[in-house]
Design a protein around this ligand. Structure first.
Ligand code: AMP
Length: 277
């Protein structure tokens, strides 16, 4: 694995690889890697001939400063995992490398209603930050294929829109959610849960499964039952939503192509998950 810290060096290297006929796959991450991230590397390696992973904790996408300060950093372990997975290139930039003119007064993206529903509503500015960093990373890497986890369902939709806004030919591949044995979606933030919280955290997936079992049923009682299940497991619920897979707008009872999405706090740690119905 080749490690690049400078954007210009990486861009120059990838230009040569592209000219030599390599197809480039890109897996952007914020580090503290787990098997969910590694599954994206594995899928990229099957689809492309050169896999680039980035580790960059993007300051502009944290609407909660405490979440940013406490974001886990495990870079040595990450490098071992990436090497083992057969990653070709790791991009590990400092903030000034990605944002040479600083992080104030950055550009704004027209994300339509994606910015006003669910994560957009509960994390103001978050998706602007995601677009700001993704626009820069995509400009540096220029991948043919981009691999992202559908755990971040709405983020995949936002990045698809960004690709359209940027007019890039990159193909986005939303990849399956990798779970722990009790169903909890793997997440870098899970390490911040104490053993008791970790035990109760599995209720998110159990709740999603209950929604799926009861679907198609009337939406309001389903959401009410799901919220109760989460609260009984000591979650503080931001939302339980049953939404249209293409628009994330609320669905009517029994509508086709729905997805259930949950965001909830276990202690200080905010977890999200979803399940297509
Ligand atoms: P993050 O480091 O949290 O920004 O995540 C980097 C990428 O890994 C994003 O595309 C996430 O959606 C994806 N990802 C995170 N957790 C999982 C998981 N449990 N299964 C699959 N992909 C995941």
């Amino acid at each position: 694995m080749i490690l690049f810290k400078r954007a210009a060096d990486l861009t120059g290297y990838l230009e040569k690889q592209r000219a030599a006929g390599q197809s480039i796959g890109f897996v952007p991450t914020m580090g503290a890697l787990h098997q969910g991230h590694i599954s994206l590397i594995t899928i990229s390696k099957k689809t492309t001939s050169l896999t680039v992973c980035s580790i960059f904790v993007n300051p502009t996408q944290f609407n909660d400063p405490k979440d940013f300060q406490k974001y886990p950093i495990t870079i040595e372990k990450d490098i071992v995992l990436l090497e083992k997975a057969g990653t070709d290139v790791l991009f590990l930039p400092q903030v000034g490398e990605v944002y040479p003119t600083g992080t104030n007064d950055l550009e704004n993206y027209d994300l339509g209603s994606l910015e006003t529903v669910l994560e957009g509503a509960f994390r103001p500015g978050h998706f602007q930050g995601v677009c700001q960093v993704m626009q820069r990373l995509l400009h540096i890497v220029r991948p043919q294929h981009l691999f992202m986890g559908s755990k971040d369902y709405q983020q995949c939709m936002v990045v698809q829109r960004l690709l359209h806004l940027m007019g890039l030919p990159t193909t986005l591949h939303p990849c399956p959610i990798v779970r722990e044995s009790d169903g909890l979606a793997m997440s870098s933030r899970n390490v911040r849960l104490d053993p008791e919280q970790r035990f109760f955290a599995a209720a998110i997936y159990a709740t999603l499964q209950t929604i799926r079992q009861d679907w198609p049923g009337p939406v309001a009682p389903l959401v009410e039952k799901a919220t109760k299940m989460l609260e009984e497991a000591h979650f503080r619920v931001d939302y339980v939503a049953i939404a249209d897979r293409n628009t994330l707008q609320p669905v009517r009872d029994g509508a086709p192509k729905a997805v259930a999405l949950i965001a909830a706090f276990m202690g200080e740690v905010r977890l999200i998950d979803n399940l297509e119905l």
